[in-house]
Ligand binder design. Structure first.
Ligand SMILES: Cc1ncc(C[n+]2csc(CCOP(=O)(O)OP(=O)(O)O)c2C)c(N)n1
Ligand SMILES: [Mg+2]
Length: 777
């Protein structure tokens, strides 16, 4: 049974929650301690006791007093032990894992959707990304609700370190118009004023508060605990509040390591005499606990804040919870505590203070107590709903969209997408997104047919008789973002997890200028690491973009696509190949064992006749199989000494012309159109490494063996790619052939295609000269 998503009607007893909190803290600290004392590795194991302690009240209040079965939570990366301790106490994690933190096959260093046994909703680790992942998940839920009917209400919560807000991607996300109005989002900031190296200078929190408010967020501060609030409410308490509020972070933080009279002296330095008078009745022994009584460690105050966040439904909420890093541990507030570990004696003392001993230290809370009962109830209700079975989505082998005789791969993509959208069953799953480049990446036709998404209807102020209709509404299937590639990849990442998180599968396609894939690279990696499935279309690409100039000319993106796990990079030259590859990519999104796809496309129109000729020669089915396997023989050689030219993308006309010229020179040039270096490389590599592991001799059944024929395996290879030359340089190792790789290894500049190709050595006569060089020994 799932708990209702709304808050419990009565708050659990605070003392009971504090009891749970203490056990969560202990288990987290001891888990890290144990991992570091296993003594099995020669390098540091690590783990973050202070970061965990900082957030223990926030997490306890959240898990045991607030969230329900539908809610999705991102955990601050360095507090993963808290998450595992909670999952253990609720009965969702086996005890054996507590002694396997950072162990191979054990608990991951940072919360992981894919590798932890107690699956987190979102992986986190690269700071800032997990902080906004729930915002993008909530945007996905909004889209799914609009298109597939409302799901049960859910909250999307991020727990975040304060220094994570240094990352620009957080601000890109909260400012984006497409992510406004998500009232079911709460970001809880563990405001301990410390990062990794230092106490953050200045009083940063006021600025942060303003930034969020300006971006349309509801801001809540949980600054003081009940003890301090009570003191402020007494006569003269205002002076104490003002003194603490005005104190620089560094000074406040330096008071954590002192007690008694010394603390009083230090605290009162520069204070108004009224503060001294006010504190004259407070005993020295009570002074420390009073001035360190921050709201982020007061479960009652935190629960109140969470309820207030729920009450505001028209915009997201940020809760600034003031905390002490390492609170409750001997390293509390120490500026260097980020990676500090308690000594063995300190652990012994902590264990004793928890009324635990060597026999009981790993125990769960007694199930017969209130604390034990709450843990069991939470365990029975949260995140245990099985994911519904994946729907079968029929994607045709090709859209069959008519292509022009001379066309670019980017234009072909636009036509294929429009055609696929005509199938209502398929269209109901498709969603596109773009960071302000929808038109220039050829999504215009699709947008005209499917509309732009917005939770509320809005008129097209420019009129509907224009070439591009832009009337956002709830039925639109394109999500337009501001110019933030980080936002694009974070959104695609969450759209691609829609089935797992929201029970409805989406097939997301994002378009982006190819060079700016790199601008959002960490978010792309993050989304793939989360095991999300989506398609990215990088276009225009390479120097072929010509007049638009150097700044936009991508050269290393094929390597990114080839080297990243979870995504298959393809670079078709011809329109029909785009159709086959995109259709296959969509099928692979729907497949539970599938993968993401990266199409690198070009705006250069090229003659499609050579493809038609290859189709007539090879046969449509065999050609399609070959295109989907990574390449096909575009041109058979004439007679004479053999040469292989492998090429990808829009350089094909120059390559074919060069091959004709070589034939005249008596060199029989085979041209292989490499539609996916990634697929060819992986197949070859898997064959070789698989053979190495099983100590067998590899049997060469790879697709490459059908592309480079036995009689061609002593021929030199010229590789030609509008990208870094090393991207295909590996090809020579497959059969031990000499390779001359041609490509782009300098920054680009404006010019015509011919001028730039000449500068890069891509003109037919230059290719011929390179081919001749490839024969030289
Ligand atoms: C993108 C990225 N850069 C750097 C790091 C290394 N790093 C880990 S924790 C940390 C400081 C985090 O401080 P904060 O978010 O305030 O966490 P807390 O104080 O709660 O430990 C840094 C820089 C990282 N994990 N991710
Ligand atoms: Mg911090």
């Amino acid at each position: 049974m799932a708990l209702p998503a709304g808050p419990p009607t009565t708050d659990p007893n605070l003392a009971t929650l504090e009891e749970i909190e203490r056990r969560v803290l202990w288990l987290s600290v001891r888990m890290i301690d144990y991992a570091n004392r296993r003594g099995e590795t020669e390098i540091k194991v690590g783990g973050h006791q202070a970061s965990s302690a900082s957030m223990v009240s926030i997490m306890t209040a959240l898990w045991f007093g607030h969230i329900g079965g539908e809610d999705k939570v991102a955990i601050k990366p360095h507090a993963s032990p808290l998450y595992h301790s909670i999952k253990y106490l609720t009965g969702e994690l086996d005890r054996s894992y507590l002694t396997r933190l950072r162990d191979f096959g054990g608990l991951q260093s940072y919360p992981s959707r894919t590798k932890d046994p107690d699956v987190a909703d979102f992986s986190t680790g690269s700071v800032g990304l997990g902080a906004v992942a729930p915002l993008f998940s909530a945007a996905t839920r909004r889209f799914v609700d609009a298109h597939h009917g409302p799901r049960p209400p859910a909250r999307f919560i991020a727990t975040v370190g304060d220094a994570e807000l240094d990352e620009g991607n957080v601000w890109e996300a909260i400012a984006d118009p497409a992510l406004q109005g998500l009232g079911n989002v709460t970001l809880i900031v563990d405001l301990n004023r410390q990062s990794l190296d230092r106490v953050v200078p200045g009083i940063q929190s006021r600025r942060l508060t303003r930034f969020f408010a300006e971006a349309g967020w509801h801001v809540i501060e949980v600054k003081y605990g009940a003890k301090l609030l009570a003191a402020f409410a007494r006569e003269g308490g205002d002076a104490l509040r003002k003194h603490i509020d005005d104190m620089p972070n560094e000074e406040y933080q330096s008071l954590f390591s002192v007690e008694g009279p010394e603390l009083r002296t230090r605290f009162l330095e520069n204070a108004d005499p009224a503060v001294e008078r006010f504190l004259s009745t407070t005993d020295d022994s009570e002074l420390g606990p009073l001035i360190r009584n921050l709201g982020g460690h007061d479960i009652g105050e935190l629960l109140k804040a969470y309820r207030r966040a729920d009450a505001v439904t028209d915009r997201p909420t940020v809760v600034f919870a003031y905390t002490v890093k390492g609170r409750g541990l001997p390293i509390a507030g120490d500026p260097m505590n980020h990676s500090a570990l308690l000594s063995e004696n300190q652990i012994d003392d902590l264990r004793a203070s928890m009324d635990l001993n060597a026999d009981t230290e790993w125990d769960r809370l007694d199930p017969e107590t209130d604390a034990g009962r709450i843990c069991a109830a939470v365990g029975a209700s949260i995140n245990n709903e099985p994911t519904p079975p994946r729907p079968t989505i029929q994607v045709p082998e090709a859209s069959g969209a008519a292509q022009k005789p001379v066309t670019s791969s980017q234009e072909a993509f636009g036509r294929v997408l429009v055609q696929l959208g005509k199938d209502p069953q398929l269209a109901s799953r498709l969603v596109t997104a773009s960071p302000d480049v929808a038109v220039s990446t050829n999504l215009g036709g699709w947008i005209n047919a499917q509309g732009v998404f917005s939770p509320i209807e809005s008129p097209d102020y420019h009129g509907t008789d224009r070439l591009l209709k832009w009337a956002p509404g709830p039925q639109g299937r394109h999500i337009e973002l501001g110019i933030s590639e980080m936002n694009l990849f974070l959104l695609l990442g969450q759209l691609g997890l829609s089935h797992e998180h929201h029970g409805e599968m989406l097939l997301p396609i994002g378009t982006v200028y190819d060079p700016f894939v790199l601008r959002g690279l960490d978010a792309l990696i993050y989304s793939l690491y989360n095991d999300s499935k989506f398609i990215i279309v990088g276009t225009p690409s390479g120097v072929t973009l010509a007049p638009e100039g150097g700044a936009h000319q991508s050269s290393i993106t094929p390597s990114v696509g080839l080297e990243l796990p979870g995504i298959v990079a393809v670079e078709p030259a011809y329109g029909e190949a785009v159709d086959w590859l995109l259709s296959r990519a969509l099928r692979r999104l729907a497949d539970p064992d599938g993968s993401s796809c990266y199409l690198r496309l070009s705006t250069r129109p090229i003659d499609q006749a050579p493809f038609a000729a290859a189709k007539a020669r090879i046969g449509a089915t065999a050609l399609r199989d070959a295109v989907l396997s990574g390449g096909y023989r575009l041109r058979e050689p004439g007679s004479g000494e053999r040469l292989i030219i492998t090429a990808s993308g829009p350089l094909m006309p120059e390559v074919l012309q060069a091959a004709d010229m070589l034939d005249e020179e008596g060199i029989g040039a085979t041209v292989i159109d490499v539609t996916s270096q990634d697929l060819l490389f992986r197949e070859w590599h898997t064959t070789m490494t698989g053979a190495a592991r099983s100590a067998t001799i590899p049997v060469d059944t790879s697709h490459l063996a059908t592309l480079i024929l036995p009689e061609e395996r002593t021929a030199p290879i010229l590789t030609v790619h509008d990208a870094s030359p090393h991207s295909m340089a590996w090809l020579g190792s497959v059969f031990g052939q000499r390779v001359l790789p041609l490509g782009v290894n300098r920054f680009g500049e404006s010019g015509t295609i011919a001028e730039l190709y000449e500068a890069m050595g891509f003109l037919p006569e230059q290719l011929v000269n390179s081919a001749l060089v490839a024969f030289e020994r």
